[in-house]
Design a protein around this ligand. Structure first.
Ligand code: GLN
Length: 243
């Protein structure tokens, strides 16, 4: 009898635990894009996007489960349902909108041109033609360098943004084309690098991506995003990561 009671108690405890543990929201990202997503000194994945999507999920009564992978694999991971959404500094573009949906924009960015401080060949957009540009595979910086700026990216496309930056540091590439906030982070890290002023690149907007058949999730994310903007969480994160 005692044994049966103990068994029933254990079962009841297990059921309560299962009910209490929130449903998980699988988030795909590339944690090499500081300050948006990166691995900190303790090996933990953190950053503006990570904290933002965690706050959003919390509003939705969900818990975030992160899948860290290379940027060029993220859209495929989403469309194959390996993850529920992407929150990874991803720019909302017409090309991407053909395969996924985006929630409301949450950050405004532009591409920056990173060069060595003692660079004396690149001073304007026109100077970029034919120059070796290091880029991260599948990013807007990659496409812009290759298709719009006429840069040579034949052997300078990298899986990780940090490797692209090293090419400029080592003088293997003339420049790097990458999102401005990440560029600012890189020039802080490598003091031989600088960002070219007055390049006048088009404005981009970051959005959380979901699958086209996930209209309900999209609505919930938009509502939760509005709520974290409303209650000051969003502003606190901006202040934490960008001041
Ligand atoms: N914003 C750029 C893009 O969407 C780069 C994103 C990233 O590297 N995480 O392509």
């Amino acid at each position: 009898m005692k044994k049966l009671f103990a068994l029933m108690l254990a079962l009841a405890m297990m059921l309560t635990a299962a009910a209490a543990s929130a449903e998980s929201l699988k988030v795909g990202l590339n944690a090499e894009f500081a300050p948006f997503e990166y691995v900190d000194d303790d090996g933990k994945i953190t950053g503006f996007d990570v904290e933002l999507i965690t706050a959003i999920a919390e509003k939705m009564g969900m818990e975030v489960e992160i899948e860290n992978m290379y940027f060029d694999g993220l859209l495929g991971a989403l469309t194959s349902k390996m993850v529920d959404c992407l929150c990874t500094g991803m720019t909302i573009t017409e090309e991407r909108k053909a395969s996924v949906d985006f929630a409301d924009p949450y950050f405004t960015a532009t591409q920056a041109v990173v060069v060595l401080k003692d660079n004396d060949t690149i001073h304007s957009i026109d100077d970029l033609k034919g120059k070796k540009a290091a880029v991260q595979d599948g990013t807007t910086g990659h496409f812009m360098a290759q298709d719009d700026l006429g840069c040579d990216v034949s052997d300078t496309v990298y899986k990780a943004a940090t490797d692209a930056a090293l090419d400029v540091v080592n003088g293997r590439a003339d420049c790097m084309i990458i999102d401005d906030a990440v560029a600012q982070n890189l020039v802080k890290k490598y003091d031989t690098l600088t960002i070219l002023e007055g390049m006048d690149m088009p404005v981009e907007e970051y959005g959380i991506a979901v699958n086209k058949d996930s209209a309900e999730l999209l609505t919930k994310i938009n509502e939760a995003l509005a709520a974290v903007k409303e209650d000051g969480t969003y502003d606190a994160l901006i202040a934490k990561y960008f001041n």
